[in-house]
Design a protein around this ligand. Structure first.
Ligand SMILES: [Zn+2]
Ligand SMILES: [Zn+2]
Length: 265
């Protein structure tokens, strides 16, 4: 099994070392992981600005990969926080300057507001929150292509104060998926939804996943979004079950920005 989304102390919201995450992955019998710390240019939260020490991060990745050769495949990854505007230029520059294996494109902030805080949601209907989140995501991926998979596509479900009905969110998700598929991008099964007690509201939802597959999408990664060692590999099996239930039978990892397909089930 593969866990292709996790954070270390290089992210403001993480505290573990790469070695601690890697050892946890070995203990969990994983075959491979991606370290995907946050790059969130112009993140609006000044208390947690997510300013990654990029030189140190790249050096740590370069050193860690060979250290685990034969025991654990480590992909050098990064999770970029896309926001329309100049943030995308910083993402482009940073992703281009290092030999990353894997880039997750996520939306954590929109129009200078953190989507997980009331500043993004208050005073809006559920429909407006959904519209604002997805509209910005679509704008980003129309303009920005230097990523491999869309991270936690429906993450707004965690923060919107309610689960929007399918007919409200799916048309936006469809537009995003069509762009992603046309660009050869994948989506991730982010298994943190199980840890956050979201029940059947998985990330992505069953409806988004089925739509991605019916539109011709084939690239699915699994990732726990662990921020501490005890969560490494958590519910990856459920993620694989989701893939199988969509009719696909491969999980992807990435090496040198290229998907590698692994048969599951
Ligand atoms: Zn994220
Ligand atoms: Zn993450």
């Amino acid at each position: 099994m593969y866990d292709f989304h996790m954070h270390t102390a290089f992210s403001d919201d993480g505290s573990a070392t790469i070695d601690e995450m890697a050892e946890a992955a070995i203990a969990a019998n994983l075959t491979g992981i991606a370290i995907t710390d946050h790059l969130d240019p112009f993140y609006p939260d000044t208390e947690m600005p997510f300013m990654i020490e990029i030189d140190d991060y790249e050096k740590a990745l370069t050193e860690a990969v060979p250290r685990y050769a034969g025991r654990l495949d480590i992909a050098a990854g990064i999770e970029i926080g896309m926001q329309s505007g100049p943030a995308l230029e910083v993402c482009e520059e940073t992703v281009s300057r290092f030999s990353y294996d894997f880039v997750i494109g996520s939306v954590h902030a929109s129009k200078d507001k953190c989507i997980h805080l009331p500043e993004f949601t208050e005073g809006k209907t559920l429909g407006q929150i959904i519209e604002d989140y997805y509209t910005d995501l679509i704008e980003c991926i129309k303009a920005y292509k230097n990523y491999d998979v869309l991270g936690h596509l429906n993450v707004i479900d965690r923060y919107a104060g309610g689960y929007a009905p399918v007919d409200v969110y799916l048309p936006y998700a469809e537009e995003a998926l069509k762009i992603a598929i046309a660009d050869g991008k994948g989506i991730e099964i982010n298994t943190s939804s199980y840890r956050y007690g979201m029940g059947s509201r998985t990330t992505p939802t069953k409806e988004i996943l089925d739509l991605y597959v019916s539109l011709g999408g084939e690239i699915l990664t699994t990732g726990s979004d662990a921020h501490k060692p005890c969560d490494v590999g958590s519910d990856i099996e459920k993620g694989e079950q989701m893939i199988l239930s969509s009719g696909l039978s491969y999980v992807c990892t990435y090496k040198n920005r290229t998907p590698v397909f692994h048969k599951i089930g």
